[in-house]
Design a binder for this molecule. Sequence first.
Ligand SMILES: Nc1ncnc2c1ncn2[C@@H]1O[C@H](COP(=O)(O)OP(=O)(O)OP(=O)(O)O)[C@@H](O)[C@H]1O
Ligand SMILES: [Mg+2]
Length: 612
Amino acid sequence: MARNNNIHLPKSPLSIANIKKSSRIFRFMSRTDRWYFIIGTFFLALTAAAALLFPKLLGDLVNSASLKIQEKNNANLDKLEQTAIYFVYLFIAQAVFSFLRIALYVRVTENMTYGMRKSLYTSVIYQNMEFFSKNRVGELFSRFSADISQIQDTFTSGIATFLRQLLIIFGGVIYLFFSSTSLALWMLATIPVVVIISLFFGRYIRKISRQVQDFTANNNVIVEETLSGVQNVKAFSNEHFEVDRYSKSAGVLRKESIYRGLLRGSFSSFIIICLFGSFIFLIFQGLTMVRANEIPIGELITFMMLTGFVGGSIAGIAEQFVQIQKTIGAVERVLDIIDTPGEAINDNSIKTDKISGNISIRNLNFSYPSRPGFEVLKDISLELQEGKSLAIVGPSGVGKSTLISLVYRFYEPTHGQIFIGNENYLQMDLFQLRNSMALVPQEIILFGGTIYENILYGNPDATEADVIAAAQKANAHQFIELFPEKYQTIVGDRGIRLSGGQKQRVAIARAILKDPNFLFLDEATSSLDSESERLVQDALEKLMRNRTSIIIAHRLSTIRNADNIAVMKNGKIEEYGDHDSLLKIQNGLYHRMVEQQQEPSEFFQDSEVIHQ
Ligand SMILES: Nc1ncnc2c1ncn2[C@@H]1O[C@H](COP(=O)(O)OP(=O)(O)OP(=O)(O)O)[C@@H](O)[C@H]1O
Ligand SMILES: [Mg+2]
């Protein structure tokens, strides 16, 4: 579905507490950059002052020209030229100040967002799996995209615009009062009022426009859903129902759009009458004063231009205010993630030697943190000797993959312990632990690069010869060599350009390259053709040799080769032992499965087996 990337970021109220919280962002600004920011702000004040001088000079120019016409006075002619020269100076100064301001602000902002991006990514990638099951990827992604760009925009231009407008409003109003108090009072009584009303009006129109957008999206969803599932519509003869649904939704869209049209029309009439009206009114007042010789014509021009600037700034500053509120929200969200401690407690302690030993699982209970009331694993106890293999079989959803996640320490046990060697694995260095393990998951997701890069991921220090040797052991070398680009073949997003069996063999090669002491295989449930299956099976056997392995098996052939077999049911270990001892359990699950010559995936699909 086409998603609107322009997300409406929520705002945070502008309270002292919030500002204080967001000021933590300045830790990403180095000392030098803070000074640059202050110097940039100084240049900003100068550009604002230059902007205010512009109407003043223009007024002077008109004055000297009009006096020249009236009096043909040479002194005034000189003054005209002089003012023109001031104009040139003013523009040059403004150009220089504004260049310096932008250059400094951009530099400071980019340095700061670089630091934030890096810290944010580091923090996210080091989070535990619980964090990822609580935060959806899309949500996290918008921290990197929407929130960071919001911060970037505000620091490069938002704050500058806000300050400039503030200076123009204050400076402008003060100047207006000095030049003519009565006109200034008239101005203050009209322009800000009209501007503020139009702001609220404008905001309401934007709200309605957003609703129109939502209605349009809803309307398109109906088309998309029904066209992509057109077989459903026809199978249930629901064409009439869908036409009805669509026209209702299109009707709502029409009504809302007409309303928005009327609002827009009223808004432009309002602007014409009130805003232009009050300008004309002010000009009229001013001209009356000019005629009475109370002020020169140039002064009136200066006055009207400044009024325009002040009005524009009042309108703009409200928008900047909203942007700053949104930025405070963005800063909070980003910093909250950055300040969430990850699972890697101590990076410096990474030990390179690998752990080995027996795996001993004792009275393990587990519920996922996102579903605390639901116990997935119940009182699991298992012993697996070093170098031996254990096959786990059982129905879908019984907790087989979960058990592996726990041993890999993606999650920690709710109750009970896991010992590796003779040490509780919670006491071990997490990186050292995982460095000693390899996982070939149920659903293999490769990275978008080449086959070579994907295998190398198992051990980035490996040589090309190692990579090829691993691919050979994984029975992947043959098919890789058949591709025109060989190891440099791009696998496509998540590996879509490879078949299921090929992806598995690349994943196995990656695991072989890692040369782990512990191996976890989550056999894919999707069936491969018998040739690929034989190749995958053979590769797995080579990989498992002399390693402590746990395999979640969906094929009898895999199970037969294992030293021990655990049959799981309802989150518990129902039967445990080697092939022969399990066969002896009369009417046991394993016994029946082998007797019926059914593959585990078939056998456990039978709901009677699961629920008896
Ligand atoms: N991240 C998660 N958060 C909450 N519940 C989960 C999560 N992952 C799995 N579950 C639940 O835990 C239970 C066990 O899931 P698990 O993936 O371990 O099953 P499995 O035995 O591997 O099944 P299959 O053979 O289909 O792969 C299921 O009921 C599942 O819905
Ligand atoms: Mg599974």
